[in-house]
Ligand binder design. Sequence first.
Ligand code: SF4
Length: 377
Amino acid sequence: MKTESGNTSDRTLKKEDLFRYLRDPSLVSGLADAVRAEMPRNRHIKIMHVCGSHEHSVQRWGLRSLLPENLEIIAGPGCPVCICPAFEIGEAISLARKGVIIATYGDMIRVPTPYGSLMKEKTGGAGVQVIYSPMDAVAIARNNPGKEVVFFSAGFETTVAPAASLVVHGDLPDNFSLLTSHRLTPPAMELLLGIGDVHINGFIAPGHVSVIVGSEAWGLFPRAYNMPVAVAGFEPANILLGLLMVLRQIKNKAARLDNTYAQVVRPEGNPAALRAIETAFDVVPAWWRGIGRVPRSGLVLKPDFIKTDARKKFGIAASPERNELPPGCSCHLVMLGKIYPSSCPLFNSKCTPETPYGPCMVSQEGTCLIWSKFGTA
Ligand code: SF4
């Protein structure tokens, strides 16, 4: 941002300086040395993150190449578009076919499902519009008073907060409603710990989700599961510091919660956002594509907001829960951290960023797309 005198503002300078610092090669290699020094020699350690932005940074900056061979950092179910059940995308598709305008985020419209895709509907002339914020969806409704507009709102806690705020505080037009596919992250992490062949030794918790839910949301893992956790940001130094803290906990045999992103993550999170979420939504069991039913991981609008609930407004019956991955797609194994994308026989052959076959190759937060974009090292 330029000031009137043409100089770059202090605020932008500080942000740029911070990025430069957190990407500084000497800082990064010093942290990588510290990680190597903490590694137990005769043990294989697997640390999982559950965030597409973490995976993006790990691959973009080649962080795996800096780690010792017996330390793995693996991606879990950190992509909300990838885990959005095909049958819920099918609900949006069927509304689009009835002449309803569907407003949703860009990645979602490309996801292939057995019901087709929103992109196909758009190409065929349906009213499918890409938005960048929930307010864009409201503006579409105000600008089209003769049409019904549905905001297909999917995502984890970071996107739940603005959707909740919209419902609770927004002065919404009558022709506007929400079709939600929101999921909560901690219950999925809990589920992973119960899967026998995943063998996770520690978690890196997602920084931006933590801004909303607070670092304390992850305290359950060291307390109930003796599982080391560090909340981390997204630059190379942030991630390596998170790994270092988890390794120290493993070495000291003392699982705890380390918040290495305390400049933006408070223990209690964002109370206003949490209040809005609690006011707008009830917590329910929910289906995760490729993973299955996860207890206490979904959100449905409370009866108070029935007017803005597209499922109620359009009489959408509960869809049967099914895992609808295309035949041969290994997204479920990728999202559970059981394999890397390059182990999928279709990776970069039948399934590419231009012709995605499975959901993990669509979203910018999908592990397969990230690996295809930045290489497999
Ligand atoms: Fe599925 Fe494609 Fe990833 Fe294979 S490469 S797991 S087909 S998304």
